[in-house]
Design a binder for this molecule. Structure first.
Ligand code: AMP
Length: 453
């Protein structure tokens, strides 16, 4: 949390009312104050009052809007107001998230804002032993943050039951569906008591997401903040046209500028992330890669090093595009342009968080030009071209625009991007974010990626 953030934040990112106007319990107000926030963000102002009343909520918002506190605070308020002890192996509130990183972050928010309340929180996700998680659940918890795979595993093993739950939150629902979690979500919903308080969040609202929301929510309040297609105004964006095999030179070149002091470089593949990180290491640039093949411990360490400024460059696949909440990221570099336009918005949203300024640069080769066109269509404006740098290629900029289908096929055939062909790379595999999938076991879950809008 950055106590200076409010001073830096423009008027538009917070509202005229104060947290004290929201009638949150005193211990919550105290914790918020200590976090350095005096004014709620628009989503907090809109969502907290109806959530305190117990209304269902449909929230259309991405991270960076203050969304987490918008649900964590009123949930804690209600759990503490209507306090009852959770039975053994039961939880009163479940927050389901697509990735471990997001689960941990939300759990940390519950701990931060709930530090003056006597509520019990736990987080469960795969990729680590289950022993400590089972222990945490044994006596019952008030709040449980979970990824779907591990949640269902522990329920199957009878370490947890959702029978007496009061509040259910589905986070990043569009991402959940995109990662193939729809069957898991349905299974979880079928286990919940009929009478409950429901919160549903999604950055986008295509028809399949809306249908899922309709099955879950009763007479919800709808809160919509910064739709995904309106790229944060504070982000200065540019595209650099470059030959595929000169991207690494270009990256080295731009990173010579010391103003690039906290940078996320996005690649589409895990292998690409490793390769970029290796090239940077060879050139004396301190970086770490984070993606689904890394152990949970390695990912957390890399994030911590980056957060604390020990690592200057974090190389990440799209899994990191959502959920990572790190302040003052100076630059986002799309080493590879995402083939899903919305991923672009999520990636660049890692900079310019909560009112700060940021810069996003996309390295675009000939095959990726159509992806840039898709992105410009989504964000409703052209991305300025930077022709100043030495690696700029007129030939790439003026090359014949491939159809998106052809471009995707060319990349799938292994024409570069992350270096060489990928094993087993099919269309669905490319559309899925790397890693961060089901938190445990069942490999089949990853194959059910539903198409994005
Ligand atoms: P989120 O959208 O929940 O990922 O939050 C984005 C960032 O905004 C996080 O760094 C939060 O700590 C920060 N934040 C949350 N609430 C406020 C607030 N009322 N004013 C300023 N920043 C906030």
């Amino acid at each position: 949390m950055n106590p200076n953030k409010l001073e830096n934040a423009p008027e538009t990112t917070t509202t005229s009312i104060k947290f004290s106007d929201l009638h949150l319990l005193e211990p919550l107000q105290k914790a918020v104050e200590e976090s350095g926030y005096s004014k709620p963000t628009p989503i907090q102002e809109a969502a907290i009052p109806p959530l305190i009343e117990g209304r269902d909520l449909l929230g259309c918002a991405q991270t960076g809007t203050g969304k987490t506190a918008a649900f964590v605070l009123p949930i804690l308020h209600r759990l503490a107001t209507y306090n009852r002890r959770a039975d053994q192996r039961q939880t009163r509130c479940l927050i389901l998230t697509p990735t471990r990183e997001l689960a941990i972050q939300i759990y940390e928010s519950f701990k931060t804002y709930g530090k003056y309340l006597k509520l019990r929180h736990a987080v469960i996700y795969g990729g680590v032993g289950q022993g400590l998680q089972v222990k945490a659940l044994a006596g019952g918890v008030d709040v449980l943050v979970a990824t779907p795979g591990r949640l269902l595993d522990l329920i199957d093993q009878k370490y947890l039951s959702l029978r007496t739950l009061d509040v259910f939150v589905l986070e990043e629902s569009d991402r959940m569906l995109d990662m193939g979690f729809i069957h898991d979500i349905r299974k979880v919903i079928a286990m919940l008591p009929a009478r409950r308080h429901n919160l549903f969040f999604s950055a986008t609202m295509p028809p399949d997401i809306r249908r899922l929301a309709d099955t879950m929510l009763t007479n919800p309040v709808t809160v919509e903040v910064t739709p995904v297609s309106s790229t944060a105004e504070l982000i200065q964006q540019s595209v650099m046209y470059v030959d595929r095999n000169r991207k690494k030179d270009l990256l080295r070149h731009v990173l010579q500028d010391k103003a690039f002091n906290r940078v996320i470089v996005f690649t589409r593949t895990k292998r690409g992330a490793n390769q970029v990180s290796e090239v940077l290491a060879k050139n004396g640039i301190n970086s770490e890669a984070i993606h689904g093949n890394k152990s949970q411990g390695a990912r957390q360490r890399a994030l911590q090093n980056f957060r604390e400024g020990r690592t200057r460059v974090l190389v990440a696949t799209d899994i990191a595009a959502r959920g990572i909440d790190i302040d003052e990221i100076s630059h986002v570099i799309n080493f590879e342009v995402p083939n899903i336009a919305e991923s672009y918005v999520h990636r660049i949203g890692r900079t310019a968080r909560a009112g700060a300024k940021g810069i996003a640069i996309s390295f675009c080769d000939a095959e990726e030009r159509s992806f840039i066109k898709d992105i410009e269509k989504l964000i409703g404006k052209p991305i300025p071209v930077d022709r100043e740098h030495p690696c700029h290629s007129n030939a790439v900029e003026n090359s014949r625009l491939m159809s998106p289908g052809k471009a995707k096929a060319a990349i799938e055939r292994g024409h570069g991007h992350g270096g060489g062909p990928r094993r087993g790379g099919g269309r669905n595999q490319r559309r899925r974010p790397s890693g961060g999938g089901p938190s445990s076991g069942s490999g089949g879950r990853r194959n059910a990626s539903s198409p994005r809008p």
